[in-house]
Structures are given as structure tokens and as C-alpha cells.
Write a protein that binds this ligand. Structure first.
Ligand code: ADP
Ligand code: ADP
Length: 228
């Protein structure tokens, strides 16, 4: 079942100093329950593509369809995790408070919210840290809080934009395994964007490769993951 459909997406930034074609002509689809990686070097248009998918930027041409609906603004059934983990957390709220934030928009009882928060903190290995404040945690742990917030929200699709670019190698490996477990054990649909080809091949069931040089190239690689 198709969850996300990107068709002939193009974006040109217009400015007084000239126009920049940030993405040429991108088309791909993602099935419900898939983990798809988008990989490409810096400047190839990954962030622009994500902003168009997340409804934060209007494409110059082409369409994004999520769950059968054309995206024309930030969809409610999407969650985002960015590289700047620290900035996405509120320092005056505890870990639980941060995870609870987006649940304010859902009509849920106190008990239902608590159950979702408990479950999400458990999923990311932070069940002992609900009462801590973000600044008491390492960068990797802060990124787990951001991921827990997305898990508790139960989005149709989780979008991650270079989420582990700022953490050390061991932390990053742990977080990559966390992403895989969210996909495999919870069936989350995840669109993961990275400039790191190794990371994309390790994580993705499918990898969409973007490259700008010498011409626009888009390649889809199907990856057969070894059984665990
Ligand atoms: P990536 O995330 O892969 O590094 P970006 O989407 O950030 O790529 O950028 C793609 C191209 O678009 C780059 O050449 C960049 O300089 C240009 N670009 C990005 N944002 C803007 C903007 N707001 N105005 C003009 N050009 C931009
Ligand atoms: P990592 O351990 O993943 O490399 P950082 O480099 O972000 O994490 O953080 C190193 C240490 O600095 C952490 O153990 C944490 O205690 C502290 N720290 C990180 N961010 C903040 C912050 N915003 N305020 C205060 N201390 C912080």
C-alpha cells in the first residue's frame, strides 16, 4: 500500500542574485511500513526535498501525496526528527514533558497519554530518565528523547533528517540500531535522509540516491537485508 508518493518534484529558489535549482525532477514512492533512505552529498537538495514533503516549502513543480492526500501544508500525521536535537527540546520541560508536547493536539485521557509516553520511553531505552531535564543528558540521549516524542505521537510516517550527524560513532551505531528496531518491531514507516552512503545501506530496505553532478541522477537501489 502506497504511503508516500513524490512525483516529478522540482524546486527553484528565486533570488535577486539568480535562481538556484535545488532539486531537479525527483519521483519515488514509499510503501506503508517501509524504511527508505535518501542519500546524496551535501548540496544535492535533500533538505529541500524534505521540506517539500513536510509541507514547509511549496515545490515549483510536481506533487507530494501522503496517505492519498496532496500535501499543501504540514501534515498532522507526520513526525520529524532533525540533526539539532538540543534545539528541538524544551529545556524547561522534563523528558516526559517534552515527549508529551505533541500529544496535546490529540484528544486523549491522562491515562492514555501516560501509557503512550511510558511505551515510547521504553522503546528508546529512557524509561528511567522521564524526570530528567534535557540538559542533564548527553547529545545521544537527547536525540533519543526527540525520537521518543515521535514514537509517542504515532505518526503515519517518521521523517529523520541527518539525525545522527552530530553524535560520536558509538552513539550513532546505537541510535541506528534503535531506528532499525522501531521499523522492524513496531512497523514504523521511516524516511531517513543522510549524506552517508554506509549509513543508508546499513539502514535502508530501499535507498534513493540523489546526485547533482554532472547531471541530475536518481537511482533506486533495492537492498536485501540479511535476516537477523
Ligand atoms: P542538502 O540538504 O542536500 O545539502 P539543500 O536542499 O540544502 O541540499 O540545498 C540544495 C541547493 O539549494 C544548494 O545549492 C543550496 O545552496 C540551495 N539552497 C538551499 N536553500 C536555499 C535558499 N533558501 N535560497 C537559495 N538557495 C538555496
Ligand atoms: P555526547 O556525549 O553524545 O557527545 P554532547 O557532546 O552533546 O553529547 O554532550 C557532552 C556532555 O555535555 C554531556 O554529557 C552533557 O552532560 C553535557 N551537555 C550537553 N548538552 C548540554 C546542554 N545543553 N547544557 C548543559 N550540558 C550539556
Amino acid at each position: 500500500e502506497t504511503l508516500l508518493k513524490v512525483e516529478h518534484l522540482n524546486k527553484v529558489y528565486e533570488s535577486s542574485t539568480g535562481n538556484v535549482e535545488a532539486i531537479g525532477d525527483i519521483s519515488f514512492t514509499m510503501q506503508r511500513g517501509e524504511l527508505v533512505c535518501i542519500v546524496g552529498p551535501s548540496g544535492c537538495g535533500k533538505t529541500t526535498l524534505l521540506k517539500c514533503i513536510a509541507g514547509l516549502l511549496r515545490p515549483s513543480a510536481g506533487t507530494v501525496e501522503l496517505d492519498g492526500k496532496i500535501v499543501s501544508g504540514p501534515p498532522a500525521n507526520m513526525a520529524l526528527v532533525f540533526q539539532e536535537y538540543g534545539r528541538s527540546l524544551y529545556p524547561w520541560l522534563t523528558v516526559r514533558g517534552n515527549v508529551e508536547l505533541p500529544l496535546r493536539h490529540k484528544k486523549l485521557s491522562r491515562a492514555e497519554k501516560d501509557a503512550l509516553i511510558d511505551d515510547a520511553l521504553l522503546a528508546v531505552g529512557l524509561d528511567h530518565a522521564g524526570g530528567s531535564f534535557p540538559w542533564q543528558l548527553s547529545g545521544g540521549m537527547q536525540q533519543r528523547v526527540a525520537i521518543a516524542r515521535a514514537v509517542a505521537y504515532q505518526p503515519e510516517v517518521l521523517i529523520m533528517d541527518e539525525p545522527f550527524a552530530a553524535v560520536d560513532a558509538q552513539t550513532r551505531a546505537d541510535l541506528e540500531d534503535l531506528v532499525r528496531s522501531l521499523h522492524r518491531e513496531r512497523g514504523m514507516s521511516i524516511l531517513f535522509v543522510t549524506h552517508d552512503i554506509d549509513e543508508s545501506v546499513y539502514l535502508g530496505e530501499r535507498v534513493v540516491v540523489l546526485s547533482k553532478s554532472p547531471t541530475w541522477v536518481q537511482e533506486d537501489l533495492a537492498i536485501d537485508l540479511p535476516a537477523e
